[in-house]
Design a binder for this molecule. Structure first.
Ligand code: AMP
Length: 280
């Protein structure tokens, strides 16, 4: 079972000790309720770095809906067992008061213009400012490390990469592939949401078959419209670096398909990569 650290001061001191011994640090940040998607990140960190560490913290700044924040339930003992089995030796699990002493009064956040304002950011105002703030704070207190993030949250990965670059944080960011159920569902989501991964697959197939972006987006929308329980938020084909709609696509170009919908009051997001094919 990993050592549990509850203060940022102790976390920093322990990690300074690790670095002083010449060991490299691999960090994964989570909100707990761990599953195989998270443990794939832990295992990668443990393989590529000398010491794998993780954080478990439900960050109130990234919830624009208070009820959603309160519903988020973490079983720390179960999470620690999973993390330990995946090679994590130390876990930062701070209280909200330790991480954000001023909360619920307003506290500093980090805004990444452009990337944070679209898709999830447009529908959840302030979400990525809160994500970027907690990531910046934890990275700052962790010090030099490699940090592992899941591609499942692709826009988050883009926001974090840009912030680390803009602020010259001493961190190498690594994006890791999405872990899915056998049927394609991104782990952690609910079953009614299967339609989202089906829609992505259909959209990617359309692009790979040489159909235009607008047609691929239409295919995704029509797949989702077959599932009455899912309210589609967006289904878009984007340039993976800018998240802008590609103005023209050439054969062989790599694009990203982003989708989000609300199922039974719960918002779900997913995405896949596609390589544009020649028209048949
Ligand atoms: P969360 O606890 O949901 O904030 O996720 C913590 C980290 O795990 C983020 O970098 C996520 O992108 C990543 N993650 C969550 N689910 C998956 C999954 N199914 N496959 C890969 N990474 C994931």
């Amino acid at each position: 079972v990993p050592d549990v650290i509850t203060t940022l001061a102790r976390w920093r001191a322990q990690l300074d000790g690790v670095r002083a011994s010449g060991a490299s640090i691999g960090l994964t940040m989570t909100m707990g309720a761990l599953h195989a998607g998270h443990t794939s990140l832990f295992e990668r960190a443990a393989t590529e770095c000398d010491v794998a560490v993780a954080t478990i913290f439900v960050n109130p700044l990234q919830f624009n809906d208070a009820a959603d924040f309160e519903r988020y339930d973490v079983d720390l003992d179960a999470d620690l067992a999973l993390a330990g089995a995946a090679g994590v030796s130390m876990v930062l699990a701070p209280s909200t008061a330790e991480m954000w002493p001023r909360w619920p009064q307003s506290t500093s956040t980090v805004h990444v213009p452009g990337l944070a304002d679209r898709f999830e950011g447009a529908d959840r105002p302030g979400h990525f400012d809160g994500v970027a703030a907690v990531v910046a704070k934890v990275l700052g207190r962790t010090g030099q490390c490699t940090a592992y993030f899941g591609e499942k949250d692709f826009q988050q990965l883009c926001v974090v990469r840009r912030m680390v670059d803009d602020l010259a944080l001493d961190v190498e960011v690594v994006g890791c592939p999405t872990v899915r159920e056998h049927d394609g569902l991104a782990l952690s989501s609910r079953n009614a949401a299967l339609v989202l991964s089906r829609a992505l697959r259909a959209g990617a197939d359309a692009l790979e078959g040489g159909q235009p972006v607008a047609d691929a987006e239409q295919v995704m929308r029509s797949v989702v419209s077959d599932e009455p329980l899912v309210a589609l938020a967006y289904a878009s084909v984007v340039d993976p670096a800018t998240l802008a709609s590609p103005s023209h696509v050439a054969v062989g170009m790599c694009v990203r398909l982003l989708i989000a919908g609300v199922v039974d009051g719960v918002r779900l997001i997913d995405n896949v990569e596609a390589v544009v094919g020649a028209a048949r």
